[in-house]
Design a protein around this ligand. Structure first.
Ligand SMILES: *Cc1c(COP(=O)(O)O)cnc(C)c1O
Length: 404
């Protein structure tokens, strides 16, 4: 079905579909590594690109292609590339677009491993990187060098929920021929369309909102222009970070309910955020939907909804936060996010433990920060769970810290 002029929800269900010869209602899993050619000439034509078709599943596969075409349609890009994980998407983007002597500027508070792999592996290959607070556009301008080739933005950033102005940051980068990559994992195309705002490539951990059911790991890159798409796709095929057909099937199934899940989760997140903001044991909270959120106006400008990720600090700091995390019963104490189940975690000791204490501090990831991913359970139950866990924080723990 041609969904080009159709709405977002129609694209979620139908974009990328092909007509199955048996009339299957959903995309079948082509669980095959290789595809036979009709004859030697057919094989040669496929390799030469003279004919369309499938050769080998690392290069492309019908099930995976449905997902890739669907994601490209949702993000308004020329083409999609599905990968084995979000990190395979990150490393494929770095490898495709950066070479020895090049420089990259990135949001300081990015997903921990996106920074960790750059600083522990790519820097050793002679690629330079600067991690700055990209929420202040001046920091981007100041970090640009003659050899800067990539601006890598994560917004909202993980786990500080800090936003970067995609449109203006892209304008600055493009004045210097710098390619803009946006990690859109926290928002998904339902809430934010980076390519429409000026970015060149969108990156996703499909593991999170897009698949949404915490049952697979996957990643994707969606590229706006054909030439750049071909370059990145070729790198994926050579590096071998491809997705598996079964994984693709799961994501195709999961993504169909993206807007329903996000509508429900973000409505609940607003209520949870209001509950926390008014709770006497909460020191601070960051949620883009709160009027108290420093970048509320930017959130309204570039996002069509505020999402379901919340960060907060408990009075009593780190120890009080740990007490709270050990006493929630409904929320799972687990990393990852964007699934149907509510999750809670502690970035300083978990997802961002790989960063140095100084890097964490510079990125605004304090030891007390608790990250909360609101699921689609009944919001009354989510709030009651938080309330019960906060009860377990004894007042003297709070006062002790206040006295220090
Ligand atoms: C999880 C995540 C990644 C990495 O994805 P994986 O699927 O775990 O490899 C990258 N960016 C963000 C923002 C994430 O949350």
């Amino acid at each position: 079905m041609n969904t080009k002029d159709k709405g977002f929800n129609t694209k979620l269900i139908h974009a990328g579909d092909f007509e199955d010869e048996f009339g299957a209602a959903v995309t079948p899993i082509y669980q095959t590594s290789t595809f036979s050619f009709k004859n030697a000439q057919h094989g040669a034509d496929l390799f030469a690109g003279k004919e369309k078709g499938y050769i080998y599943s690392r290069i492309s596969n019908p099930t995976i292609q449905v997902l890739e075409d669907k994601l490209a349609s949702l993000e308004n890009g020329f083409g999609g590339i599905a990968l084995s994980s979000g990190m395979a998407a990150v490393t494929t983007a770095y490898t495709a677009l950066l070479k020895q002597g090049d420089h990259m500027i990135s949001t300081g508070a990015v997903y921990g491993p996106s920074r960790g792999v750059m600083e522990s592996i790519f820097n050793d290959f002679g690629i330079e990187s600067s991690y700055v607070d990209t929420s202040n556009l001046d920091n981007i301008r100041k970090a640009i060098k003659p050899n800067t080739k990539m601006l890598y933005i994560e917004t909202p950033a993980n786990p500080t929920i800090q936003l970067t102005d995609i449109k203006r940051a892209s304008e600055i980068a493009h004045e210097h021929n710098i390619i803009v990559v946006v990690d859109n994992t926290f928002s998904s195309p339902y809430l934010q369309m980076p390519l429409d705002l000026g970015a060149d490539i969108v990156l996703h951990s499909l593991t999170k909102f897009i698949n949404g059911h915490a049952d697979i790991v996957g990643g994707a890159l969606i590229v706006k222009e054909e030439a750049l798409y071909k370059k990145v796709r070729k790198t994926m095929v050579m590096m071998g970070g491809n997705m598996d057909p079964h994984q693709a099937y799961m994501v195709i199934r999961g993504v169909k309910t993206l807007s329903l899940r996000i509508d429900k989760a973000q409505a609940s997140a607003m209520k949870v955020a209001e509950f926390l903001e008014n709770h006497p044991k909460i020191a601070w909270i960051k949620y883009p939907g709160l009027k108290s959120f420093a970048q509320y106006d930017l959130a309204k400008e570039q996002m069509s909804g505020f999402g379901s990720m919340i960060s907060f600090g408990v009075k009593g700091g780190h120890d009080a936060g740990v007490t709270m995390m050990n006493n929630v019963k409904l929320a799972l104490l687990a990393v990852s996010l964007g699934g149907v189940e509510t999750l809670i975690q502690h970035p300083a000791s978990m997802t961002h433990a790989g960063l140095s204490a100084e890097a964490r501090e510079a990125a605004g990831i304090s030891d007390e920060l608790v990250r909360f991913s609101v699921g689609i359970e009944d919001v009354e139950d989510i709030i009651a769970d938080l309330n019960d866990a906060l009860e377990e924080i004894k007042v003297d723990l709070i006062e002790e810290v206040a006295l220090n």
